[in-house]
Design a protein around this ligand. Structure first.
Ligand code: HC0
Length: 573
């Protein structure tokens, strides 16, 4: 171990610890901007975390500088305070001064750091630092505003190292340095899969979701529109955080109440079609197993993952389930089944979905997503956009009563709600596949090996006459690559694989509240497992009353003619 002092406080740290960590151990907070400790990203680039070390001529970036025996470190000397104030002022001088209407106002790390280091004015002429503003709005999901970029490069780390997409890279040098797609191409002309993990990583407002709140306000105010809304599983586990509730708060009833107060005509639930997906996808898996179809079959509900497969593994597209995602199944049924049972002209139905995901905006706009004869989902809002609408409407979210979703597309089972956590789709599918094959219920519905944040999870589940069914789960595209490379090499031993684009699954999607850390991922997933284990009456998709009704009244049978037309698609190279 290593012994040193920080502000004259004795500290002992492990070998390899940084000065930043040593300071933390001494109970001293050091401001930083570029560091992202959750992901081991400490490039020492912003220099805001500088400290003075006795005997060293220059200041050291504490996030990257290793602690050494006998060091005397000072974090609050005049020299340090002046230096970091100057650094933050220089960053601010070249940053647009439009905090009041920035999407990150109130949740911006630069604002927080400026307050923390005591910036009182900017002693530099902003005009000298004026940068060309490149506002890239080409993507259906993500907006990039290079003028706000502070070169922390967290987005590069997440896109390159964690998602292995590498759509963003550092460009130019010195004062001109910035982050952008290669050749400065518009984002929609790159491999970007729209996952929005760069947005989650950005400390400021340089990357954000394409805001579609005004389109929804407009539809809500239009008396000729019948506006229906669906909410993804993950929303109920995270929306409360936008209103100061602790991570892990399950806010299903308040979410429904808020949507009704915003003026939606019917508040339904994506979970209804998550249950339906399990019926269709479970039957598809059994058909492939019986008839010698392409295995392993891979889940197809995460649109960032689909785009990744199309770009990087087009030869494996035949492994994807043909099921559309629950969002798109819902969209197709809202303008057919619901239109029919309610007697409303589908031309007047406006279908909104609330998703934890930026890629869902892109998915809804894919050309094949019009099987109802209209655009199946008209607008997708993220969790953060919904929170903004609720705030704008002056709704006191925390004190709302719990309300119930509307029929016939609201009720759901516990199997559906866990879709929002990595491993959830697999667990839900196994519960139903087991029941279909054996005619019995699993004795323990909790399939623990597929839960949790391990990057790749595997299990072998005995399923009656099928024997041990081998399954795997990957979340985050870098982890998905490991399973895909095995398939390519002809070495995959699995029958069924779940892939979710974002690390942690949808609870940590690119549209969820910021910050999202591993601890928060676990708390949000925990809320969904509580919804499954303690709140819902049914825990298996085949028990869902509205799913039974939609087959009786409309679809007739799984994988039938209507399902094929509305609920399935296929991907070609
Ligand atoms: Fe998900 Fe979904 S579970 S992708 O992660 O399947 O976004 O939450 O809505 O569609 O249901 C996201 C979350 C969904 C869909 C569902 C699936």
């Amino acid at each position: 171990s290593i012994n040193l002092t920080v502000n004259n406080i004795d500290v002992e740290v492990e070998a390899g610890a940084t000065l930043y960590q040593a300071a933390q151990k001494a109970g001293v907070n050091i401001p930083t901007l570029c560091a992202w400790f959750d992901k081991d990203h400490t490039p020492g680039a912003c220099r805001v975390c500088v400290v003075e070390v006795e005997g060293m001529p220059s200041l050291a970036a504490s996030c990257a500088y290793p602690a050494q025996n006998g060091m005397k470190v000072f974090t609050n000397s005049d020299k340090v305070r002046q230096a970091r104030k100057m650094i933050v002022e220089l960053i601010l001088a070249s940053h647009p001064q439009e905090c009041n209407f920035c999407v990150r106002n109130g949740n911006c790390e630069l604002q927080k750091v400026a307050e923390m280091v005591g910036v009182k004015n900017i002693r530099y002429d902003s005009e000298e630092f004026d940068r060309d503003r490149e506002l890239d709005t080409s993507s259906p999901a993500i907006v990039r505003d290079s003028s706000k970029c502070i070169n922390c490069r967290r987005c590069v780390t997440v896109c390159e190292s964690i998602q292995t997409v590498a759509a963003l890279s550092p460009m130019n040098r010195g004062y001109e340095s910035t982050v952008s797609p290669a050749f400065n191409l518009p984002l929609n002309e790159t491999n970007c899969v729209n996952c929005g993990q760069c947005v989650m990583a950005c400390p400021v407002g340089a990357l954000y979701e394409k805001d579609q709140v005004d389109e929804v306000w407009k539809a809500l105010q239009d008396p000729t529109r019948h506006v229906v809304v669906q909410e993804a599983p993950a929303i109920r586990a995270a929306l409360g955080e936008e209103f100061g509730m602790p991570p892990g708060s399950l806010v299903t009833g308040k979410m429904i109440a808020a949507l009704r107060r915003l003026g939606f005509d019917k508040v339904f639930d994506t979970n209804f079609t998550a249950d339906l997906t399990i019926i269709e996808e479970g039957n598809e898996l059994l058909k492939r197993v019986k008839e010698g179809g392409t295995l392993p079959m891979i889940t197809s509900c995460s649109p960032g993952w689909i785009k990744f497969c199309e770009h990087f593994y087009p030869d494996l597209l035949g492994h994807l389930s043909t099921c559309k995602s629950p969002q798109q199944m819902f969209g197709a049924l809202a303008k057919t089944y619901y239109a029919q049972v309610s007697g409303i002209d589908p031309a007047n139905i406006f279908s909104v979905s609330i998703m934890p995901c930026t890629a869902k905006k892109y998915e809804a706009q894919r050309p094949e997503m019009k099987s109802s004869g209209y655009q199946d989902v008209d607008v997708v809002l993220t969790t953060r956009e919904l929170a903004r609408m609720i705030k704008e409407a002056g709704i006191d979210f925390v004190n709302l009563p719990d309300e119930k979703y509307d029929d016939p597309m609201g009720e759901y089972t516990g199997a559906a709600t866990i879709f929002g956590a990595t491993g959830g789709v697999m667990e839900a599918a196994l519960r139903t596949v087991y029941a279909v094959v054996t005619g019995e219920e699993l004795s323990d519905l909790n399939i623990m090996p597929v839960r949790g944040l391990e990057g790749v999870k595997a299990a072998a589940v005995p399923v009656g006459a099928l024997g041990d069914v081998k399954v795997a789960v990957a979340h985050g595209l870098g982890n998905a690559r490991k399973l895909l490379d095995e398939i390519r090499a002809g070495k995959s031993e699995y029958a069924f694989i779940e892939v979710m684009c974002c690390p942690g699954g949808c609870v940590a999607g690119g549209g969820e509240p910021i910050p999202t850390t591993d601890e928060i991922r676990m708390l949000r997933a925990g809320a969904l497992y509580r919804d499954d284990g303690e709140v819902q009456q049914y825990r298996q998709s085949h028990q869902s009353p509205p799913v039974k009704a939609v087959y009786e009244k409309f679809l007739k049978e799984p994988l039938g003619h209507k399902s094929h037309e509305l609920l399935h698609t296929h991907y070609v190279q």
